[in-house]
Design a protein around this ligand. Structure first.
Ligand SMILES: NC(=O)c1ccc[n+]([C@@H]2O[C@H](COP(=O)([O-])OP(=O)(O)OC[C@H]3O[C@@H](n4cnc5c(N)ncnc54)[C@H](O)[C@@H]3O)[C@@H](O)[C@H]2O)c1
Length: 430
C-alpha cells in the first residue's frame, strides 16, 4: 500500500517537497490555509520556477493532481486524521525583530488536536533553537493526550534546499535528523529515504540540530557582510572585488561569497533574529553577527545613495529622475520577492522622489512601479540599476542607447562589460 504523507504549508518548501514524495510513490495531502495558495494549487497553478529532470514544477503539479497522488486541502484537521506521517513546513516570520509564531503554532495545534497514536511528526521549518522541544512537543502532547517517544513520534529535520534546486537537493543534500528517542529517529529516517539518496546524520538533540540550521544561514549572512566590506576596500584601492575574491577562493579552504545588492528571502535575513531570540533568553550578546546583519540591512540604502551620488556627478539627482531597475526578486533567476533587497531599493528610490520603473520576468507579484517589459523600464531612464540576473545570458547593454543622455549604470551583479558601454555612460559596479 502507498504511504500517505500530509505536508503543512505549500510554499517554496512544502510544495516541491510534497511533489517530490508524490513522484517517489507516495500519496500526498498538501495543506495550506491561505485561500489564494489553496485555490491556485487546486487549479494546477504555481509561480515557482523549480524543475525536475527539465520538467517544470507546474507540469509536475498538474500531472500529480491528475493522477491523484497529490491533492491540496485547506482543512488541516481532515488531513491529519487521514495520515500517520505529518510534515510541518510552516514558517516563523520576523516582525520587526521579533519572531511571530502564530502560523507555526496553529499548524502544531491542528496536528495535536487530530493526531492518531503511532503517527510521526517531522518539523522541517527553520525555527528558534528549542522550539521543537519546548513549544511544539508540549502542544502535541497536551492536545492529543499522547506521549512523544511512546505513543507518537517527533523529529526535527531541517530543510536545507536552496530555492531553484529543490528537487535535486532533496535527493542529494545530506539530511540531519534530531530526535530524542530511537523510534522517532528510525521512523524519520524511513520517510527521508523515500526521496533522498544522501547521507543521514543523527543527533539525539533536536535543539542542537535546530541551532545548526540557524547557524548555516547565519554564516552566509556574515560571509556576505564581509564581502560587502571588502568590496568597499577594493573600490577605494581601484581593484575589481570579483577578481580579488575569485583569486582568494582558489585556496582550498577559502570560500568568500560575492557582494550584491543585499540579502533577501525567508531564510538568511531571519537567521540572526532567530538566534538573537534565544540569546536574549540566555543573556548572551552576539555583536559580530548583529553587525553583519545591520551591514546587510543597510545595503539598499547604500545603493540608493550611491545612485544619487552618481547622478549628481552628472548634474542630476534622484528626486525627479527616472530610474530603471532590472530585478525585483531576492536573488538571480528567482520568483521569490520576500524581504527582497531589490524591492527595498525601489522603495528607497521612490521615497527620495525618483520615478521608478522596475522589470522582473520571474516575479508574479504586482507592484505599482513594475513594468511589462525591460524596454519600457529603460526608455528615457536616467539610471539603470541591475539587481538580478533574470536569465542565463541576461545583458541589457543593447538597450542603453534608449536611455536619457549621459546615463548612469549601476551593476550589482557583475554582468556588464564596461568596454561595451556608450562612452557617455557612467558605470559603477558594486
Ligand atoms: N524557501 C526556502 O528556500 C527555504 C529553505 C530551507 C528552509 N526554509 C524554511 O522552511 C519554512 C517554509 O518556508 P517557505 O519558503 O516554504 O515559506 P512559504 O511562506 O513559501 O510557505 C509557508 C506556507 O505555509 C502556509 N501556512 C501558514 N499557516 C499555515 C497553517 N496553519 N497550516 C497550513 N499552512 C499554513 C502559508 O500560507 C504558506 O503558503 C520556513 O521555516 C523557512 O525558513 C525555507
Amino acid at each position: 500500500m502507498k504511504q500517505t504523507i500530509t505536508v503543512f504549508g505549500q510554499g517554496y518548501v512544502g510544495l516541491p517537497l510534497s511533489l517530490s514524495f508524490a513522484l517517489n510513490g507516495c500519496n500526498v495531502i498538501g495543506v495550506d490555509t491561505d485561500p489564494k495558495v489553496y485555490d491556485q494549487l487546486s487549479h494546477g497553478i504555481t509561480y515557482q520556477t523549480e524543475k525536475h529532470q527539465n520538467i517544470s514544477i507546474r507540469e509536475i503539479l498538474k500531472e500529480q493532481l491528475r493522477q491523484g497522488t497529490y491533492r491540496v486541502i485547506n482543512d488541516g484537521a481532515e488531513a491529519v486524521r487521514q495520515t500517520r506521517t505529518i510534515i510541518i513546513t510552516v514558517g516563523i516570520p520576523i516582525n520587526g525583530e521579533t519572531p511571530f509564531y502564530d502560523h507555526f503554532d496553529a499548524a502544531c495545534r491542528t496536528v495535536g488536536e487530530n493526531i492518531q497514536a503511532g503517527s510521526l511528526v517531522l518539523i522541517r521549518s527553520t525555527v528558534i533553537p528549542g522550539t521543537t522541544e519546548n513549544r511544539c512537543k508540549p502542544i502535541l502532547e497536551q492536545l492529543s493526550g499522547l506521549k512523544v517517544g511512546q505513543d507518537i513520534f517527533l523529529a526535527y529535520v531541517p530543510e536545507r534546499i536552496a530555492e531553484g534546486k529543490a528537487f535535486e537537493e532533496f535527493e542529494t543534500m545530506p539530511t540531519l535528523i534530531g530526535a530524542a528517542d530511537e523510534e522517532s529517529r528510525q521512523k524519520a529516517a524511513e520517510i527521508i529515504r523515500i526521496n533522498s539518496k544522501a547521507q543521514i546524520i543523527f543527533s539525539d538533540s533536536m535543539t542542537a540540530v535546530e541551532t545548526s540550521k540557524v547557524i548555516e544561514n547565519l554564516q552566509r549572512d556574515a560571509n556576505i557582510a564581509i564581502s560587502q566590506e571588502l568590496a568597499r576596500f577594493a573600490e577605494a584601492s581601484g581593484l575589481n572585488i570579483f577578481e580579488v575574491i575569485k583569486l582568494a577562493n582558489t585556496h582550498t579552504r577559502v570560500n568568500i561569497l560575492t557582494p550584491g545588492p543585499g540579502v533577501g528571502g525567508y531564510c538568511i535575513p531571519n537567521a540572526f533574529y532567530y538566534l538573537k531570540a534565544k540569546a536574549q533568553e540566555l543573556d548572551i550578546e552576539l555583536p559580530l553577527l548583529e553587525k553583519a546583519r545591520k551591514t546587510n540591512e543597510n545595503l539598499p540604502k547604500f545603493i540608493a545613495e550611491k545612485t544619487d551620488a552618481l547622478l549628481r556627478l552628472r548634474g542630476k539627482k534622484l528626486s525627479g529622475a527616472k530610474i530603471a531597475v532590472a530585478g525585483l526578486a531576492m536573488k538571480d533567476y528567482s520568483p521569490d520577492d520576500r524581504l527582497s533587497p531589490a524591492v527595498e531599493i525601489c522603495k528607497q528610490l521612490l521615497s527620495a522622489g525618483a520615478l521608478v520603473s522596475a522589470y522582473d520576468s520571474n516575479v508574479s507579484n504586482a507592484y505599482p512601479f513594475k513594468t511589462e517589459t525591460l524596454e519600457s523600464a529603460m526608455e528615457g531612464a536616467d539610471a539603470l540599476l541591475i539587481l538580478n540576473r533574470l536569465y542565463d545570458g541576461f545583458d541589457p547593454t543593447d538597450k542603453i542607447q534608449h536611455m536619457a543622455p549621459n546615463p548612469v549604470i549601476v551593476d550589482t551583479r557583475n554582468l556588464i562589460d564596461p568596454k561595451k558601454l556608450p562612452p557617455e555612460a557612467s558605470f559603477w559596479k558594486i
